[in-house]
Design a protein around this ligand. Sequence first.
Ligand SMILES: C[S@@+](CC[C@H](N)C(=O)[O-])C[C@H]1O[C@@H](n2cnc3c(N)ncnc32)[C@H](O)[C@@H]1O
Length: 259
Amino acid sequence: MERIDFGWDDFWAEVFRVKFRGSIPGIQQYDEMVVDFCLGALNLGKGKKLLDIACGAGDQSILFAKRGLHVYGFDLSTRLIEVAKAKLTEAKLEIDFSTGDMREIDFASQFDAAVLLSHSFGFFNHDENKRVLDGSFNALVEGGRLLLDLMNPYNLPRFQKTWTKLEGGFLLSEPHVLDAPAGVLRGRPATFIDVANNRMIEMNEDALAGNDIRMYTALEIREMLSQVGFSKTELYGQNKLPKMPYAANSERMVVVATK
Ligand SMILES: C[S@@+](CC[C@H](N)C(=O)[O-])C[C@H]1O[C@@H](n2cnc3c(N)ncnc32)[C@H](O)[C@@H]1O
C-alpha cells in the first residue's frame, strides 16, 4: 500500500470537516439544536445580521439563513468555503461565504451577533486569541452579542483512539492530549486508509499545524472579554435548550458577551 501525506485543506478540511463530520450520526439534528440555542441566547429574530466566524463548510450558517437571518460566514479553508458555496446553490439560499482569517476581522459595527461554534476559539497564542475577540467586538453593533461555544476545561470529553468508516476508507484518529502546564489541548496525527485507492494518507506538517487549542477558563475568558470592551458576559452549561447554568461538570462552556 502506498503511503502519502496531505496538507491542511486536503487532509484536515476534507477528511475531518467534510467526510468525518458528515458521517456523525444525528449531526444535522445536533446542528439544529445548536442553532435554536444560539437564536434564543442571542435574542435573534428574522432580518438580523449574523457573522459566522470560522463557519467551516457552512452547516450552521445555512440553518441560520433558513431561520431568516442575513448571514456572513467566513473560514480560513478555501476547500471548506468551496463546499459551503456548493451547499448554498443546492439550498437556494443567499449567504455571503468567503475565505478569511479570524485574526484579521475588519468589519465596523455591522452585525447584530457573531458566533464561534464547535470550539473554534483558542487556536493561537494569547495575543492573537485576544485579537479575535477585538475584531469580533468591532464587528458588532452597540448591544450586539458574541457567542463562543467552547469545551468545558473542567470536564473535557474522554478522547479515545478511534477507527471510523468513512466514504472510501477508514479514519484512525489519535486522542487529543491535554498539556496541563501550557493549558493547551494538543491535536494529534490521524491517518486515512484510502481503501478505494489502495493508499495510506497521513497528515503532513501543514495539516498538523494549528491543531492545538488553548483551554481558557471562564474567569480568563471573562477578563479578556472585558478588556476588549464587552460590558456583560453570561455563561451557559450546554449549547442546546433549555439554557442551563454553567458548572464544573457541564457538557460545554458557552459564553455570551454583550457589547
Ligand atoms: C472546529 S471547526 C468548526 C467549523 C464550524 N464552525 C462548525 O461548527 O462546524 C474550526 C474551523 O476553524 C477554521 N479556522 C482555523 N483557523 C482559522 C482562522 N485563522 N480564521 C478563520 N477560520 C479558521 C477551520 O478551517 C475550521 O473550519
